[in-house]
Write a protein that binds this ligand. Structure first.
Ligand SMILES: *[C@@H]1O[C@H](CO)[C@@H](O)[C@H](O)[C@H]1NC(C)=O
Ligand SMILES: *[C@@H]1O[C@H](CO)[C@@H](O)[C@H](O)[C@H]1NC(C)=O
Ligand SMILES: *[C@@H]1O[C@H](CO)[C@@H](O)[C@H](O)[C@H]1NC(C)=O
Ligand SMILES: CC(=O)N[C@H]1CO[C@H](CO)[C@@H](O)[C@@H]1O
Ligand SMILES: [Cu+2]
Length: 580
């Protein structure tokens, strides 16, 4: 038996060795911490992300535009004192590619076409694991496919995990059938992002740098709202955590937590350095006025609970993809991976010279390790003396935008979605939704145009960010599960909420959904030990109109946990729409 296991490990090591780059020398947690702590904070200026315009202006009107965006391996300086790191970056050329990639600007109602090209090398720069469900090209190369996160678009443009392709389209996944993606931008104004979605490689392709922002603007609404605007006063803050080796290379563990089962897979990636817009612990010089920041949590697994020093607060105006009905001011915001919060910070509300963006979320959230002196600090705003120039004429209106209410209609389809974690000695081995995998037949088959109520139950010890492609949804009720161990034992045996009397268990304390999350979203946090009721709309939330395209064709959509390490193994399920 022991000999058999050893042989299996050698065999797997051979597969990994041939498909990924050579394993680097062993690293300890101490050396990684030492490298991160040697990086002085606030010495690099926050980079402004480059922009690409996904439309053209003709006769003073926006008309459809097309872009070509490549994926390149290149060197990237994450910090003044760190040698350059090899990254994978999006851009229009190797020279201009950045981490995060260029922000794509789109206009509501004006389609944007993007041709995504893969110029990545033979081997990955990070370790990956052939024993989880994953794309494995026979002739080498890095499988990639781009998903526009938050986008309302036909299935063939969704970036199916099985529509992956390697450099020059040399090898392709089973659902690949075109090089060019058209995003109809039929939805309201809001915040989206694009990132890789290749089967089993999502966690390492994003870790390598394949992320970028996408904004849909509604010029008439934006003018009416008069929020802070323009390249200076309306910026993205793309936040993630990374660990680095002394030579600057990105660190990821080459050994799994349960290496006999999965030689490389670990249930969560956490890095020591906090990176914003591609720089570790940067600073930004600001004027004493209001700024709009679209904050994206692009970490693999880390939750952030942000606050600002010197008495400043956040006024939330939008979340994920939609505006809030009215602004909500709060001292602290909790962001799961892939959540986007659109906030105003008014630097004139303090006399201080600076304000530090801090984090105090345990990792994994909510009951993991407490923050330390490094991951507690994110970036610093240095606030200029005196009045802003030009004067700040922006405002924060009392009313932002009204959407249809989140009330499930009478007779709405109800579904139970249960998140499981499977354990063996050594720790988690894989995660499933409803005890099933992506390859198992679709069970979530909503009718296009309808609104459903989903009861999402977390049977694990940590919070999971649930992300649905295509649909918009919001949490309306979070209720504690009573007699949890009986319920969990039953579910583990039967995989059936109703047979396990879910309604007798989901009757504990009600927990408030924070006011700043009471809006349509594309990612919702699912608290451990609770049942979260979400209202899911399979239509255009602006006016409850049906989708102006056929959402029922192959390859369909998916829904999944947005902790990337969970999504890859295998907290992801098909979402297959049926005709109205
Ligand atoms: C990598 O993972 C292995 C297995 O869980 C663990 O023993 C080791 O400490 C990890 N290395 C680092 C640097 O965290
Ligand atoms: C529950 O799901 C797990 C994982 O798919 C499976 O191994 C088990 O057989 C299922 N049990 C039942 C009763 O369906
Ligand atoms: C790609 O696949 C979809 C779904 O099967 C199909 O509707 C579409 O026509 C295909 N496109 C091409 C170019 O083959
Ligand atoms: C049903 C359930 O959610 N179970 C777990 C959720 O998380 C808590 C810890 O936060 C565990 O104690 C539960 O077993
Ligand atoms: Cu998860």
């Amino acid at each position: 038996m022991i000999r058999f296991v050893a042989a299996a490990v050698t065999f797997l090591a051979a597969i990994i060795g041939s498909s990924a780059s050579r394993a680097p020398p062993r690293v300890t947690e101490e050396t990684l911490l030492l490298t991160a702590s040697s990086l002085e904070m606030f010495v690099d200026k926050l980079p402004k992300l480059p922009k690409l315009y996904g439309y053209k202006i003709q006769n003073a009107k926006p008309v459809p535009g097309s872009l070509t965006v490549g994926m390149y391996a290149k060197k990237w300086k994450f910090h003044r004192d760190l040698p350059p790191s090899t990254v994978f970056a999006y851009g229009t050329s190797a020279a201009t590619a950045t981490v995060p990639g260029p922000t794509i600007e789109a206009i509501n109602g004006v389609p944007t076409t993007v041709t995504w090209l893969n110029f990545l090398p033979e081997s990955h720069i990070l370790p990956w694991d052939p024993t989880i469900p994953t794309a494995i090209p026979k002739r080498g190369g890095v499988p990639t496919v781009v998903h526009l996160h938050g986008g309302v678009h036909p299935p063939e443009y969704d970036g199916s995990a099985l529509a992956w392709f390697t450099a020059n389209f040399q090898e392709k996944g089973t659902f690949w059938n075109h090089t060019t993606y058209t995003y109809p931008n039929v939805q309201h104004a809001g915040n989206l992002w694009y990132h890789d979605h290749a089967l089993g490689l999502t966690r390492i392709n994003l870790l390598a740098g394949l992320i970028g922002a996408y904004v849909i603007r509604d010029p008439a609404l934006d003018a009416k709202l008069n929020l802070p605007s323009g390249l200076k006063f309306d910026q993205h803050l793309f936040v993630f955590d990374r660990s680095f080796n002394k030579d600057g290379s990105l660190y990821m563990n080459y050994t799994g937590n349960n290496p006999i089962i999965h030689p490389q897979w670990q249930p969560e990636y956490f890095g020591d350095a906090m990176v914003v817009n591609g720089k570790a612990w940067p600073y930004l010089n600001v004027q004493r006025r209001k700024y709009r920041f679209r904050i994206i949590n692009a970490a693999n697994a880390r939750y952030f609970r942000f606050s600002l020093t010197n008495g400043l607060s956040f006024t939330m105006v939008g979340s994920d993809t939609s505006y809030l009905p009215h602004p909500v001011t709060t001292d602290s915001i909790l962001m799961a991976p892939s959540e986007i919060f659109d906030v105003i910070i008014d630097f004139s509300a303090t006399n201080a010279k600076e304000s530090v963006l801090e984090n105090n979320a345990p990792y994994p959230y909510p009951s993991g390790t407490h923050v330390n002196s490094m991951n507690k600090v994110v970036m610093k705003f240095i606030i200029a003396r005196g009045k802003p120039n030009p004067p700040d004429t922006s405002s924060i209106p009392l009313v932002l935008k009204a959407y249809p209410p989140a009330i499930p209609p009478k007779g709405a389809v109800k579904r139970y979605i249960v998140m499981y974690e499977y354990q063996a000695a050594g720790g988690p081995t894989h995660m499933y939704i409803n005890g099933k995998r992506l390859e198992d037949p679709a069970t979530e088959t909503p009718k296009s145009g309808t609104t459903e109520a989903w009861e999402v139950i977390n049977l694990t010890g940590e919070d999971h960010p649930l992300h649905l492609h295509l649909a918009s949804f919001q949490a309306i009720k979070v209720r504690e599960i009573v007699d949890l161990s009986t319920f969990t034992a039953c579910m583990t045996k039967k995989n059936d909420s109703l047979k396990c009397n879910v309604n007798d268990h989901a009757k504990g304390k009600l927990v408030n959904v924070p006011e700043y999350e009471r809006t349509w979203k594309h990612t919702v946090k699912i608290a451990p030990g609770h049942q979260t009721t979400i209202v899911v709309k399979f239509n255009l939330i602006d006016n409850d109109a049906p989708y102006p395209f056929d959402p029922t064709i192959e390859p369909g959509y998916v829904y999944h946990c947005h902790i990337l390490d969970h999504e890859d193994n295998a907290m992801i399920r098909p979402l297959k729409l049926l005709p109205a």
